[in-house]
Design a protein around this ligand. Structure first.
Ligand code: MSP
Length: 545
């Protein structure tokens, strides 16, 4: 158990279907979760970051059959591909879900058995529409509105009539609505809340099992002919993987679920309703002595990456950036450049983002090469030239007139910390990155207005130059701490160059930082060797056609 004064943070991504290899959309959500998880580790929170794969879908067994493999063998291959992609990108998850794992299967069976016993799951018959691509039952009115085609991939819906077990979602309408009322931050961004609230008002019971899955799935306890519907099996992952000794406090602290808008209904309505139902079952009202089973803290539903022509990037549409294309970006620009672009220019809000190579290069050059990278080189070069590569003293007075937005002192550090923290907490990552970047542009303005390279021509002014450069280096150190969740590898290089390698050591292997202490002004010790090193982000030259 964590110490009582430690905050706990639990963050998840969707678990991804293993019918195929990963693509940029999957990498995106996992990167966003990784940036947010790193912020919490940096801050010292007891953090748990879960990602993984969703295996028991019909499209997985169908694809396996096409390749002459068992569903498990096909799932194993693709699960390994997801893991490999995430590992290559140094996405530091704490565990990787496999819904075919014994632990997950046993826990899901336990939960469904409890729901059957409580009466919230009952036997019935389903006749209606099914979207096979989304593995989703579609209500008649929604099917009709979309001309009986999938809202996502446009393929015709399939008519289904089967014996099912149903979950009494309709019995939880009022409790769900009350939860939304009491916790307006439950669904983010705000603009997405209304559509869910309106749909909850009319929510009907939902099937939670399927027949004819060919044995691929978790059997319904007591009825071997039925398997638990893949979505119910999948949603439970968020709980099963922390329903073990040493992890349950993560669940009770409230999960933050990152997902895309197409699966918001499952996460914002069905999932909390299942938990409300489970809470009433024996053993869950005081769950392992930790109190009533908690509901998630937040469901953050982002929009899509779309191709430049505006279509959703997806495997079935064949317009996605696959692992090979992702590798190319990493080889050309580095891992951190891809992370930075995804996290700060991606569709976290309510609008889709086009993945444009031109915008990628523009962002790389503007923020990473010309701002952070350039400022770090400039300052370390001058420290090398005028002070032999050692952080100078900073006791001399600066005589230059400096505009208020170019002053470098404690107030810059404090303001940057406030802006970064507020936006990281709200998962507004572009604004969170601005805090560090604004600190860097203040350094640039400070250099322009104080002109240390001119002052240095007069030896008597070297102490003043020293103070200027010390302040610049100190502001860059603070900016780098705030930028670490976005560009951890380059920032760690930078830390090693300025005598702060111990930050990197503290954060290695899912370790913890001390954000508040590290952004205190004045910690860089005069006399510390400051290495110049290669440019952190070399400028990318666009070839003229
Ligand atoms: N298996 C379900 C989720 C179960 S969670 C309990 C599923 N899997 S999926 O493989 O289709 O992955 C969907 C998720 O991948 C989206 O919610 C989103 O996080 C990510 N993305 C897939 N395509 C995307 C884009 N084009 N753009 C942004 N994110 C995308 O649904």
């Amino acid at each position: 158990m964590p110490e009582t004064d430690t905050n706990t943070f639990y963050v998840t991504t969707p678990i991804y279907y293993v019918n195929d290899k990963p693509h940029l959309g999957h990498v995106y959500t996992t990167t966003v979760a990784d940036v947010v998880a790193r912020y919490h580790r940096l801050k010292g929170d007891d953090t748990f970051f879960l990602t993984g794969v969703d295996e028991h879908a019909a499209k997985v067994s169908d694809k396996a059959a096409e390749h002459g493999l068992t569903p498990q063998a096909w799932a194993d291959q693709n699960a390994a591909a997801f893991k490999e992609t995430f590992d290559k990108l140094d996405l530091q998850y704490d565990d990787f879900v496999r819904t075919s794992s014994d632990h997950h299967k046993a826990k899901v069976t336990e939960y469904v058995a409890a729901l059957l016993k409580s009466g919230d799951v009952y036997e019935g018959e389903y006749t209606g529409w099914y979207d096979a691509g989304q593995e989703e039952y579609v209500p008649e009115n929604k099917a009709k509105d979309n001309d009986y085609k999938s809202e996502v991939n446009g393929k015709p819906l399939v008519k289904k009539a089967e014996k099912n077990y149903f979950f009494k979602l309709s019995a939880y309408r009022d409790e769900l609505l009350a939860h939304f009322e009491k916790h307006p931050e439950f669904v983010q961004p705000d603009a997405r809340r209304n559509e869910i609230v309106n749909r909850i008002k009319e929510a009907q019971d939902v099937p939670i099992s399927r027949t004819g899955s060919g044995g691929w799935g978790i059997p319904v306890p007591g009825d071997e002919e039925q398997t638990i519907y893949v979505w119910i099996d999948a949603l439970f992952n968020y709980l099963t993987y922390v329903d073990m000794d040493g992890r349950r406090h993560y669940w009770q602290s409230g999960a933050t679920h990152f997902i895309a808008k197409d699966i918001l209904w499952f996460h914002a309505a069905i999932w909390p309703a299942l938990l409300l139902a489970l809470r009433k079952c024996e053993g869950f009202s005081d769950w392992h002595g930790l109190g009533e089973l908690a509901l998630p803290k937040q469901v953050y539903s982002h929009s899509y990456w779309v191709s430049e022509s505006g279509e959703k990037m997806s495997k079935s549409l064949g317009n996605f950036l696959d692992p090979a294309a992702i590798d190319n970006y990493v080889a050309e620009f580095g891992l951190d450049a891809l992370r930075y672009f995804l996290a700060t220019r991606g569709p976290l809000g309510t609008t889709d983002s086009a993945f444009s190579p031109d915008l990628f290069i523009e962002t790389y050059n503007a923020d990473l090469a010309n701002t952070f990278g350039n400022s770090a080189s400039r300052v370390s070069n001058m420290i090398g030239k005028y002070f032999g590569g050692f952080a100078p003293d900073h006791t001399a007075t600066i005589f230059a007139e400096i505009d208020s937005d170019a002053i470098l002192d404690e107030s810059v550090a404090q303001a940057a910390l406030v802006v970064a923290s507020r936006n990281f907490e709200k998962c507004v990552l572009d604004f969170a990155s601005h805090a560090g970047m604004l600190c860097v542009s203040t350094v640039d303005r400070h250099i322009e207005q104080t002109a240390p390279f001119k002052l240095a021509k007069d030896e008597s002014k070297l102490p003043e130059v020293g103070t200027i450069l010390y302040n610049c280096a100190e502001a860059l150190r603070i900016a780098s701490v705030l930028l670490w969740p976005f560009i951890p590898h380059k920032v760690e290089d930078f830390w090693r160059r300025i005598g702060c390698g111990h930050y990197a050591e503290a954060l290695a292997d899912h370790g913890h930082g001390d954000l508040d202490a590290w952004v205190q002004w004045g910690q860089l010790k005069p006399g510390t060797p400051i290495e110049k090193g290669d440019p952190l982000f070399p400028r990318y030259q666009v070839e003229k056609k």
